[in-house]
Design a binder for this molecule. Sequence first.
Ligand SMILES: Cc1cc2nc3c(=O)[nH]c(=O)nc-3n(C[C@H](O)[C@H](O)[C@H](O)COP(=O)(O)O)c2cc1C
Length: 362
Amino acid sequence: MPTLFDPFPLRGLTLKNRIALSPMCQYSSEDGFATDWHLAHLGARAVGGVGLILTEATGVEARGRITPNCLGIWKDEHIPGLRKVTDFLRARGAASGIQLAHAGVKASRQRPWNSHPNAFVPVAEGGWMPVGPSALRFGEDGPVPESLSIEAIHAVRESFAAAARRAVEAGFDLVELHFAHGYLGHSFLSPLMNTRTDAYGGPFDHRVSFLRETVKAVREAIPSSMPLLVRLSCSDWADGGWTIDDSVEVARLLARDGVDLIDCSSGGASRAAKIAAAPGYQVPFAERIRRDAGVPTGAVGMITEAKQADDIVRHGQADLVLLGRELLRDPYWPLRAWTSLSASPPAPIAKEYAWALAETKR
Ligand SMILES: Cc1cc2nc3c(=O)[nH]c(=O)nc-3n(C[C@H](O)[C@H](O)[C@H](O)COP(=O)(O)O)c2cc1C
């Protein structure tokens, strides 16, 4: 079995290790543009030795942003700013991935550090009307979203494909589709958020059609050598919701459709969800999908220790370990993990720093 620091071949790409930066919103864009913030934030984790850097949820449409300050890729003008970031990551030996997203019913919100975090931003104040599979409000606040027509669903699918084409031009090494956390993609999958009775709602096969059609459209938009990842909420943790069995079933279909790895998250469809959060609490989802659907998986969620991460890979529970908040705390986590595991491959650190550390014998 491989270890945390062994390379990971994924379609035409080989990651230098099994450590990934989990997508994390930065709320630091205007009109969707990447800024120096993104270069510094993502770049620091690449310098720190992360093998795969994933961007935050990046809107495929302007109305698909969670907040007016989220990153976007809905127009060609966004490409050069992103290119600057991917060029830097590549020069540091890290692979770059973009998380393509549409916030759906959870769109048009205040960023977390505003005086009313997560409150709906009305149209008159620069917000917009959210859309979803069904006219179902999420929680108590915010407007009832507009239910997408069949034509509008097709248009969103094409927005994902167009965004993927721009991502290739921007120099990304892979694409991840965000179908988790109650945003648009996930809201089609979950019976708690999707009450349609047409080809996109009702039975399992209908609820997964938006996902499968989007995967096919994106697969055609990117080179055949480029890996395609899907982030799923593997369980809604709520009665009547999407389950891990559903996730296994859709993962089998997605593997046939050309998806290379399932990034296994959970939750987000219901405020009534009872989530048993604890260290590594989502790892069993990654393990189950990997085993029963025969597709590579990524594990994420409260993974903070080097041995914990290494064991996940060594024991075959997942192929990739994604870290979110721990990499915010410590961009050099891979270097520390490498030291504490006494791993044998070369240290995952930029030569500029490796030289200085050796020089000072620290
Ligand atoms: C500040 C912040 C922003 C996040 N933004 C995203 C996002 O854009 N897309 C996504 O799929 N998950 C997002 N997440 C979830 C993380 O990717 C990750 O799944 C979660 O934090 C659990 O991992 P951790 O315990 O290592 O932090 C975010 C989490 C945080 C803390």
